[in-house]
Ligand binder design. Sequence first.
Ligand code: FES
Ligand code: FES
Length: 282
Amino acid sequence: MTRSTVRFLLGDRLQEIGKVDPTMTVLDWLRLKKMLHGTKEGCAEGDCGACTVVIGRLDGDVIRYEAINACIRFLPTLDGCHLLTVEHLRLPDGSLHPVQQAMVDCHGSQCGFCTPGFVMSLFALYLNEVQPGDDRVRDALAGNLCRCTGYAPIIAAARRMYALGGPRDGRPRPDGQRIVGTAWSVGRTGNAAAGRGRAAVHRAGDDQRPCRCADRNPQATLVSGATDAGLWVTKALRQFDTTIYLGGIAELRAIAETDDTLEIGGGRYLYPGGAGAGPTLS
Ligand code: FES
Ligand code: FES
C-alpha cells in the first residue's frame, strides 16, 4: 500500500503531511511551519549540533531513540517516526525534565545558543543508557559544539541527570501507551510517496519496492542518512525532483554472520550501547 502523505508523531500529536517538498529539512519545518524555535540553526551542515532533535523508530516491539541533526534531515524521512524536540521535555506537572534541571544545576549554559542541542543529545543518552561512563558521555556529545560555557559543566550535568532520577523511561508525558499504539499504526502501514509524488519512503520487508521505484525514476536521488545529500541542499542549494529514502529498510541495516563472513548492511546504524540496547516503550 502506498500513501500520498507522510505521517509521524510530533510529541504526542499525529502529523499527516501531503505536498511536502522532498528536500524540506526537519529544521525548517519545525521553525518555519510549526513555529517551534527551541531547535536552533548554527552551521546548517551537520557539524555544530545546535539543531539536535530526537527521533524514535519502531524496531520490532520497541521504539528506539537516537539524536539526529535536524538541519540535514529531510522531513519525508520521518515517516513512521516519533519526533521529540526540546519543547517536549517539560514534565506533565510543568517542571523541567531531569536533563534540563541537571544543566541548570551544573551551570551548563551561558549564551544558551547551543543548549537545546546539548539537552537533546543528553536526552537521547538518558533514554538509551542507565549509567554511562565518561567516555560514553563524551561520545554522545561529540556532535555538539559550545563556544562559551566549556564542556566540563555539561559533562557534570550528564552525571547529575541520572542522580535526579525522574521518569526513567524518559517519557515526557504519561501516555506512552498511546504513543506506542499510534507509532505502531503509523509505522506499520504502507510506504509514503508524498509531495507531488516526489518523495518515496520505503520500509522494512519491502526490499523489491525501492528497486522498482528507482527503475521508474532513474533520475531519483537515493537518500539514507542524508549526511551528504543534506549538504547538497543546504550549502549547494540544489533541489531534487525525486528522492527515494532507504533508511527504513531493515534489510539494509542487517548484520549477518557465518563461519567465514560478516555482512554489514550499508544502512546499518549501531545504537548506543550496542545491538539490543535502547529504551522500551511498551
Ligand atoms: Fe549545525 Fe545542524 S545547525 S549541525
Ligand atoms: Fe554559548 Fe554554548 S552556551 S555556545
